[in-house]
Write a protein that binds this ligand. Structure first.
Ligand code: ZN
Length: 245
């Protein structure tokens, strides 16, 4: 069992990594991986603290031993904006005078999973990232979780793109490990329906739900709209089963 080990150590203001722009109300959490073989959270603190010549950053870095917040969660980080046309998730498109193109950096929190030397993401890193998401959900509400890939098409986090099962298991586990988190929002249901847009993804999600111990009866209840506690996984699964018919 991993521990959250959440540390806060902010990098200095830097136009390339920490511009100091105020973050809009948070609408989603965005998952990344560092694509940097063997780089730890501390390594990335140093890197982004000294960044020059390219725009990049994220709020939180998670590795095998800890999670490290390097940018205040009230400020913008540069992590999910490669598309001139704006994000693939239209509801995340935001603009500001200093940032006119329309992008998701203004209203999302970016979380980076550090990569092992062999290119994988260690199971402890994934487990700790789940704890980070749960912490954020307590602060900001049970918001949708997206891969960078879902927002701009970039293959990030690559292991979660090449293996959809790993990704589906991730968001089912986020739900599974903390039943106390609740929400009741049709908007969120819609987000999840968008997210679970492909038939293949939905089938994998149902399978993951069953494997995660959700009974057929439980799934049926949610399918029929009896989402009493309105939890994320339930609504997602209900929505996907409905959409799958
Ligand atoms: Zn990314």
């Amino acid at each position: 069992m991993v521990a959250l080990n959440y540390e806060t150590k902010h990098i200095g203001k830097n136009k390339f990594s920490r511009p100091g722009y105020k973050l809009f109300p948070v609408k989603a959490f965005v998952l990344h991986y560092t694509a940097n073989h063997g780089g730890t959270a501390e390594n990335h603190f140093s890197y982004f603290n000294n960044l020059k010549g390219r725009y990049a950053s994220a709020h939180i870095f998670v590795d095998r031993t800890k999670s490290l917040e390097i940018i205040p969660l009230s400020e913008v980080a540069f992590h999910a904006n490669e598309r001139k046309e704006g994000p693939l998730i239209p509801s995340l498109k935001a603009t500001a005078g200093y940032y006119p193109g329309g992008n998701a950096n203004l209203n999302t929190i970016g979380i980076e999973m550090c990569m092992e030397k062999d290119g994988t993401i260690h199971p402890d890193t994934i487990a700790r990232t789940i704890l980070v998401i749960q912490k954020l959900q307590k602060q900001f509400g049970v918001l949708p979780i997206y891969r960078h890939y879902d927002i701009t098409g970039k293959r990030c986090p690559a292991p979660f793109v090449s293996d959809e099962k790993l990704w589906t298991k991730f968001f089912v586990d986020v739900k599974k490990e903390d039943d106390e988190l609740k929400f009741s929002s049709g908007t969120l249901k819609k987000e999840w329906e968008t997210f679970l847009g492909s038939k293949a993804q939905r089938e994998i999600a149902v399978k993951a739900a069953v494997e995660a111990g959700y009974s057929a009866n439980w799934i049926k209840n949610f399918e029929e709209g009896k989402a009493e506690n309105g939890d994320v996984a339930a609504l997602a699964i209900g929505a996907l089963i409905k959409a799958n018919k």
